[in-house]
Design a protein around this ligand. Sequence first.
Ligand SMILES: C[S@@+](CC[C@H](N)C(=O)[O-])C[C@H]1O[C@@H](n2cnc3c(N)ncnc32)[C@H](O)[C@@H]1O
Length: 306
Amino acid sequence: MQSISQRNAKPFLKWAGGKAQLINPISESLPKHLYSSKNLIYIEPFIGSGALLFWFLRTFPNTQKAIINDINPDLYKAYCVIKGEPENLIKDLSLLQTRYYSLKNEEERKDFFLTKREEFNTRKLDSLKNSALLIFMNRTCYNGLYRVNSKGLFNVPFGKYKNPKICDADTIRCDSQLLQKVTILNGDYSETLNYIDSKKTFFYFDPPYKPISKSSSFNAYAADIFDDKEQERLKDFCKKIDSLGHSFLLSNSDLKNHDSENEYFDNLYKEFNIKRVKARRSINSNSTKRGEIFELLISNYSSETI
Ligand SMILES: C[S@@+](CC[C@H](N)C(=O)[O-])C[C@H]1O[C@@H](n2cnc3c(N)ncnc32)[C@H](O)[C@@H]1O
């Protein structure tokens, strides 16, 4: 039986590309063996805010272990702190929240935000303080964005929210409980390969989107961009997973949303199964005008097994 607290586990950060809205189509596209497997192993190499991870761990209590990874060091520290010292994090966030709420006018709140952003950008904080400020800024900056400049400095402006929930103690405690069986890594996704053993493993990949144009800043999670070379390297990695007998599901933006002739992913993943599913995500004003936006779900198992 799932405890009430586990049911509340969810992303503790707002993150570009967050998959909360795709959980339904993804859940319908999982391989059947996950439901019966006793020693399930789950690997998510591009974790971001972990929308699928938290859903997965709640839905499959039979998960024996999980491995998550992200190249972003701030994200890595935050997962480690939530796993290891949730109560200290709650204390720090609660102090930040009390202070923030005590500032009644917008100018004061903005000054406080900018002071904390400067403190974060010294890059000298321990993991606990770094994570408390990351979450604080995620709740108070413009649109809950995470964006750093080429020097790795956080540069999102102040967000003008009335009463943002800075300290969500419930979510932190529930996430912490679920993270106890999770190994957290901070590197390139390919390093997750070192963590599989002979048991059948399920991988879920949610890589950064392929930039729509050279000027597109949609992929600015870290200083680097996930270009065609990167997309191809990831495809080779998927082939390797497949040849080792493991299963994978990969989500990606459907380039046909913008250009109906674009066959890039259809060609790249032609030896695998490709499904187009409706996503509510809006990418930019052009595509939202057309209303429907599709996302690709690519897997190495056929629809008969799902
Ligand atoms: C689309 S986001 C994942 C969104 C996530 N599924 C969620 O629900 O929030 C992609 C993530 O990949 C990370 N990333 C980019 N390049 C990477 C690499 N080479 N190896 C591992 N992670 C990488 C980014 O830092 C970002 O957090």
